[in-house]
Design a protein. Structure first.
Length: 63
């Protein structure tokens, strides 16, 4: 039974990493560590900020 549980845990971890779901959890932990008195942004606010940052970055060029 523990082998099945470990396999399921590994698959879920991989899926969260692949989809970017774990990125918000890491952000919250870092935010709480560096800004303990500031409120943590909601997932929606975080996604809006990340999208805005990605859109402002200049795209890479191959040539």
């Amino acid at each position: 039974m523990t082998a099945v549980r470990k396999l399921l845990h590994t698959v879920l971890w991989y899926a969260r990493e692949l989809t970017g779901e774990a990125e918000y959890d890491r952000y919250c932990a870092r935010h709480r560590r560096h800004h303990p008195d500031a409120p943590v942004p909601s997932r929606r606010e975080y996604q809006r900020t990340r999208t805005a940052q990605r859109e402002c970055e200049s795209p890479g060029r191959c040539c």
